[in-house]
Design a protein around this ligand. Structure first.
Ligand SMILES: [Zn+2]
Length: 428
């Protein structure tokens, strides 16, 4: 048995059908707890049943299909990704991982194979946060990280998450029932499009993910003095925007020197923002990410020090406030190894790519060991109608997923995991 047996035609057909569950004519818009997501859930439930799984929906609206293993009472190996999209996003982000998970179970079933461990395929209800502006709702609920106040998050029409859940026939007060017992799961593997250009540069269909980068998000303010654009000589100005421009270039330079760090100023607001007034203040955002937490912290420190130096020289003031900080989440060595072995089996390089974006695996890491497989997407474009994955890459990625899952759900691997779990050493 190997990954060559998957039915690529069936997968592409299913991806096309899911793409029809979308609002509007441009790209894919499938927000959580919408008519479109209900349409996608229905398709996924049907396919899961067709693949021989027992299907349920948990209290948060995550769709879960279970394929029993040969070992009674053994923990389940989880495969998942999300069904929601951003507004006018692409057809593969999230959907590919769900369709791939169903495909590998269906392939096993069609060959009359049952792994030792049960397999569960999960279609998470809300990863992107496009509707309620709070991400990873489905996976955080499963990992026990959803808080009661998350249920009060509102969409742009003022509808709360709790109300949206009720309209979907769910009981929001039962959200803690979605939490999984860590003893009942034996790992989580997610296949997802890369959403970046590394695999394309490496000329390879897929690779293992080393972990999800840690991130810091900051808001900064540069304060100068607004005055008349015509009357104040250049040497007497305290132009906040000219200072901010220098700071943006310093961010690029400092992060550019640190191989594991990426940093971005994504937003600048200029005050008063008029053509005949020298900018008196600028507010901006700074996003710094790295797989190495120390590098991320060092970069942020250096950026702030440099920004203060620039501001002082120009007679400006600089303040910076960190609004979000999350540590890097490494993937489990055991799962990375299984993916690398599956890559090697097909003559592919054992590529390890850090994920700069968050995924459901990030939340699931607080429940169990996680791993991810990235699949190449054209020009690294994602969250956009032009998002595209070549069918042969869908096939290769899914074959690698199947081989890795076969290894991870085999009796002897399970044995090792269970022994470790008993010793309480299975924390990610
Ligand atoms: Zn995604």
């Amino acid at each position: 048995m190997s990954g060559d047996k998957i039915n690529l035609e069936r997968m592409m057909h299913r991806l096309n059908q899911l793409a029809l569950c979308s609002r509007g004519s441009r790209g894919i818009t499938r927000l959580s707890f919408s008519r479109e997501s209900e349409c996608a859930n229905r398709l996924v439930r049907d396919w899961m049943r067709e693949a021989g799984m027992v299907v349920r929906m948990d209290p948060l609206g995550n769709v879960i299909g279970r394929y029993e293993g040969r070992r009674p009472g053994a923990p389940a190996f989880l495969i998942g990704s999300h069904l929601d999209s951003v507004i006018e996003g692409g057809k593969y982000d999230g959907a590919l991982g769900v369709v791939a998970g169903i495909e590998i179970v269906q392939t096993l079933r069609e060959r009359g194979l049952r792994p030792d461990l049960p397999i569960e395929v999960i279609a998470f209800c809300d990863e992107e946060g496009a509707r309620f502006h709070t991400t990873l709702l489905g996976s955080r609920a499963m990992a026990g990280m959803l808080r009661e106040e998350d249920l009060c998050a509102r969409d742009s029409d003022g509808i709360t998450l709790a109300e949206a859940m009720r309209s979907f026939g769910l009981d929001p007060s039962r959200y803690t029932d979605a939490v999984r017992d860590p003893q009942s799961v034996a790992g989580y593997l997610e296949l997802h499009i890369e959403q970046g250009p590394v695999l394309e540069r490496e000329d390879q269909a897929c690779g293992a993910v080393s972990g999800i980068a840690g991130a810091a998000r900051c808001r900064f303010r540069v304060e100068g003095r607004a005055s008349h654009a015509g009357t104040v000589p250049m040497s007497l100005r305290r132009d906040a925007l000219a200072g901010a421009a220098e700071i943006v270039l310093a961010v690029e330079r400092i992060a550019g020197r640190m191989p594991s760090v990426v940093a971005t100023v994504g937003q600048l607001r200029v005050f008063p923002g008029t053509s005949n007034v020298i900018p008196g203040a600028v507010e901006g955002t700074l996003d710094v990410r790295s797989m190495e937490d120390e590098q991320r912290q060092a970069a942020l420190k250096e950026i702030c020090e440099e920004a203060e130096r620039i501001s002082r020289r120009r007679g400006l003031s600089f303040t910076c406030r960190t609004v979000m900080e999350a540590a890097a989440t490494p993937c489990s060595a055991r799962l990375v190894q299984a993916v690398e072995e599956a890559l090697a089996k097909r003559g592919l390089k054992p590529l390890r790519i850090p994920s700069g974006a968050g995924h459901d695996a990030l939340a699931m890491a607080s429940l169990t060991e996680v791993g991810m497989i990235f699949v190449r997407c054209r020009n690294g474009i994602s969250h956009h109608p032009d998002e595209y994955v070549a069918p042969e890459d869908v096939g290769t990625g899914t074959a690698v997923l199947l081989d890795a899952v076969l290894e991870l759900t085999a009796a002897e691997t399970a044995e090792k995991f269970l022994n470790k779990a008993v010793k309480g050493a299975n924390t990610p």
